[in-house]
Design a protein around this ligand. Structure first.
Ligand code: PMP
Length: 442
């Protein structure tokens, strides 16, 4: 009997014993095509020799030094390299151990900033309904995934949730994508006015929504208008790129494609690429200075912040993305994947939308293509698809999100950046086989 506490208590999981490129291997010798990089984590694939060598070298030198006393070479070098490539005024990096820690730190930093600036009445966070920002209480409060939130109600912070930018469902007939993007952004202004501008500290959003919406990219101009609204009311913009950052969408940071820069940016997953648990929060010089000149102390911390081995892994991963010129590869293979998905599933009666950027792609599944009616939750389409794909040797990330207060189903694909064209075909073949089993021929 296993003593590991799995998320699904009755799950009988195979034991992973190895990884090679885009493949994971279990103790029976079965090979699984890692079509979602776990959950958009393994951007370099498995068994990357340069990254593992960098980790070993750091371990031989120094495993741990508490950042209350000492900084470390890899933490300094990784912060420098991230800032050299970061958008806008981002100037400081706070290293944590994962995505929830990054978003949690971002919420606390935004709050402390306003307290230090002498505006303690700014305590409200505005976020979006179809979003996920992590599982710790603050991060879960920020997220708008009802399924994940439902049991924790009294413990959650009072966060305002506005509608996401969701072209497939909300763009009206006769409206251009640009017009829709501007209209969707106005939801933020309405909420700020409703709750009182002087009470709002920040707006938080994923540039390309991952786990709750299946690679949902914003309409053109949406985030530019969001930035303008934040500036107009003096509200901080926090972008959560835990899933969509670190090259996943074809640029190092997803927000580059929307031509906006946040005040605070969260990254994780692809930063460690699965080789080490690491996340980071980047903030602007203005925010850092307010605290440096105020109390001089960010009232936050975890034992493992800036861990030398984790930052050494992050540094090796970032160097690999840049030195191996992987970003153009993500763009071209991403386009290949989109095309392959469209040609295979574009006419499928249960496929409503195929979308995304780079190697971050999503398929929205619907009961009726014409009305866009989601499947009844009792059919558990996402869970069944995950199981069927796994039986076909494909790891993909089908999830139920929330659509109009009801759960809807989508499949998220986020393969390693090194996936070849042949492997993309294999991925689509296996997904097709799983879809046929679960949804029938059409
Ligand atoms: N933000 C986003 C956008 C995420 O996708 C996730 C993880 N799926 C998190 C935050 C939380 O990250 P972690 O699971 O590493 O705590």
């Amino acid at each position: 009997m296993s003593h590991v506490f799995p998320r699904h208590c009755h799950a009988q999981l195979p034991t992973a014993v190895g990884g090679e490129g885009i493949w994971l291997i279990d103790s029976e010798g079965r090979r699984y095509l890692d079509g979602s990089g776990g959950a958009a984590v393994s951007c370099l694939g498995h068994g990357d020799a340069e990254v593992t060598e960098a980790i070993k070298a750091q371990l031989d030198k120094l495993a741990f030094a508490h950042t209350g006393f000492l900084t470390s070479e890899p933490a300094e070098a990784l912060a420098d390299l991230l800032i050299a490539h970061a958008p806008g005024e981002l100037d400081r990096v706070y290293f944590v151990s994962g995505g929830s820690e990054a978003t949690e730190a971002a919420i606390k930093l935004a709050r402390q900033y306003w307290v230090e600036k002498g505006q303690p009445e700014r305590s409200r966070l505005i976020a979006r309904r179809q979003s996920y920002h992590g599982n710790t209480i603050g991060a879960l409060s920020a997220g708008g995934n009802e399924w994940r939130r439902q049991q924790f109600g009294p413990l959650l912070l009072d966060v305002s949730h506005i509608d996401p930018c969701y072209e497939y469902r909300d763009r009206q007939e006769g409206e251009t994508p640009e017009e829709y993007g501007l209209r969707a952004a106005e939801a933020l202004r309405e909420e700020i006015e409703r709750v009182g501008p002087e009470t709002v500290m920040a707006f938080m959003a994923e540039p390309v929504v991952g786990a709750t919406a299946g690679a949902l990219a914003p309409a053109p101009g949406y985030f530019k208008r969001i930035r303008e609204i934040c500036d107009e009311y003096g509200i901080l913009l926090i972008l959560d790129e835990v899933m969509c950052g670190m090259g996943r969408t074809g640029t190092l940071f997803a927000c580059e494609q929307d031509d906006v820069a946040p005040d605070i940016l969260c990254i994780a997953k692809g930063l460690g690429a699965g080789y080490q648990p690491i996340g980071a929060m980047l903030c602007s010089a203005g925010i850092y200075d307010a605290i440096a000149k105020g109390s001089g102390f960010f009232q936050h911390g975890h034992t493992y912040i800036g861990h030398p081995v984790a930052t050494a892994a992050g540094l090796a991963v970032l160097r690999a993305i840049l030195d191996r010129n992987l970003l153009p590869q993500v763009q071209s293979r991403g386009a290949t994947l989109q095309k392959a998905l469209e040609s295979r599933f574009g006419q499928h009666p249960n496929v409503g939308d195929i979308r995304g950027r780079g190697l971050f792609r999503g398929i929205e599944l619907v009961a009726d293509r014409g009305t866009k009616e989601p499947f009844d939750p009792s059919r558990k389409i996402a869970a069944r698809l995950k199981k069927a794909a796994f039986a076909h040797g494909l790891i993909c990330y089908p999830m139920s999100g929330t659509i109009d207060g009801r759960r809807g189903d989508h499949v998220l694909l986020a393969p390693p950046f090194i996936i070849s064209d042949e492997e993309i075909t294999l991925l689509v073949d296996r997904l097709d086989a799983a879809m046929q089993e679960v949804l029938g021929q059409g």
